[in-house]
Write a protein that binds this ligand. Structure first.
Ligand code: UD1
Length: 392
């Protein structure tokens, strides 16, 4: 069996790493294709090194461009790779342009697609990622969800629950296994208490008036608490357009994007995290660090219901109020979401390897705990009535 992993942007790497590792226990040939959507050392290669991932077999080197150009470039450069390497299955990750581009090529070439982190929905189609999620899920043959809300979303969209597997969160697999290695990685000269900030969503950084307002609110808040802000290249560009110089804003320390372990160490020791990233909402939930998300919605509602995440929307006075509230009374998580236990990738590997020998007509049913939509919502369609529950 030949399996091709397609990765392209920073949040893909920590999702693919544990899946590649789990599949290496089986007799499969694995090929890693990097689309080149992210290309700076700290946005890409540093992650491969720290996560112990094999170097990509192929780099499509698409680089940055408009969404249409970037997606089109990935498609036209990926197709010959597919024809040449002839994988039995292509695994795509998350919701970036590389994810949907690869899925589209595979679907036209009748190559099976597995989507890791399927089913998440913000219900906000102004987000490019939401479009990527919707399309990728429609095209995929195996859909691996990180939380049960994903199964319900997919069922609502008419996706057969036969294809859907609630496996847990692969990003947490990486976090849990790498956490001990953050020891000694904390940046020097850090204040004892600090807030960690990341902002890169188009909705926050592309509109300069809003970005300026957001940064000046953080600057005011930084009179009470130091802020550490590793700046995404997209945000850096916009700050340059606004004429904001590095470290020209109060007690905010702007940094270059950080490698995985250094960033994780910063998260672990932060008093509060302010972000618009999807993955960081999940990581703070696992770590139990209060998180304020500068967005109107989230595709990861479990971080609100069980975790430490609070949505503050596009409202700077709410943001400041919530920062003060957290400092007075930090929000505690209710628990760690089901199957965020460090073993999601092993479950994915088991489904793929079991599925290979039995699909399309399965002789041996897959373990019930790995299968289908939540039986509370869709009991009959799947013929499975055992609810997925912790660890396996
Ligand atoms: C992409 C993903 C987003 C994800 C984010 C993580 C899409 C639609 N968006 O957004 O979901 O949360 O990655 O970082 O796929 N740039 C560099 N060096 C790099 C990469 C980018 O300088 O290595 C600059 C370029 O000027 C580029 C801009 O950042 O135009 C944006 O990069 P792009 O890949 O288009 O989107 P992200 O904002 O990174």
């Amino acid at each position: 069996m030949r399996i091709c992993h397609v990765v392209g942007a920073r949040p893909n790497f920590m999702k693919a790493a544990p899946v590649i590792r789990a599949l290496s226990a089986y007799p499969v040939k694995q090929i890693v294709v990097h689309t080149g959507q992210h290309y700076d050392f700290n946005m890409s290669e540093a992650f491969f090194q720290q996560l112990g991932m094999p170097a990509p077999d192929i780099n499509l080197q698409v680089g940055s461009d408009t969404h249409a150009q970037q997606t089109a470039q990935i498609m036209s450069r990926f197709e010959p790779v597919l024809l040449d390497t002839k994988p039995d299955l292509v695994i795509v990750y998350g919701d970036v342009n590389s994810t949907v581009a690869a899925a589209l090529v595979c679907s036209k070439r009748m190559i099976r697609i597995a989507h890791v982190e399927a089913g998440l929905r913000s219900f906000d189609r102004t987000m490019p990622e939401e479009i990527n999620r919707l399309l990728t899920d429609q095209l995929s043959d195996l859909l691996f969800t990180p939380s049960e809300d994903g199964n319900l979303n997919l069922a609502r969209e008419g996706i057969s629950c036969e294809k859907v597997f609630f496996v847990g969160n692969v990003m947490i697999d990486t976090l849990a296994s790498m956490l001990p290695e953050t020891e000694g990685r904390l940046l020097p000269d850090l204040p004892k208490k600090y807030a960690l900030v990341t902002l890169h969503r188009p909705s926050n950084v592309d509109e300069l008036d809003w970005l300026a307002l957001l940064l000046s609110s953080l600057e005011k808040a930084s009179r009470e608490l130091a802020f550490i802000f590793p700046v995404h290249p997209r945000t850096r560009q916009k700050m340059t357009e606004l004429g904001i110089k590095p470290n020209g804003k109060g007690n905010i320390r702007f940094l270059e994007p950080l490698p995985y372990l250094e960033f994780l160490a910063l998260q672990k020791h932060a008093i509060i995290v302010i972000t618009d990233s999807g993955g960081i909402q999940e990581e703070t939930t696992y770590l139990g660090i209060p998180c304020l998300t500068v967005r109107e919605n989230t595709e990861r509602p479990i971080t609100l219901s069980m975790g430490t995440n609070t949505l503050v929307g596009r409202d700077t006075s709410r943001l400041i109020k919530e920062i003060n509230r957290v400092l007075d009374q930090p929000r505690k998580r209710q628990g760690i979401p089901p199957l965020w236990d460090g073993h999601a990738a092993e479950r994915i590997a088991r489904v793929i390897m079991r599925g290979e020998s039995c699909m399309p007509e399965r002789e041996t049913p897959l373990p019930a705990e790995l299968h289908g939509a939540s039986p509370r919502e869709k009991p009959d369609q799947c013929g499975q009535t055992t609810r997925a529950s912790g660890g396996s």
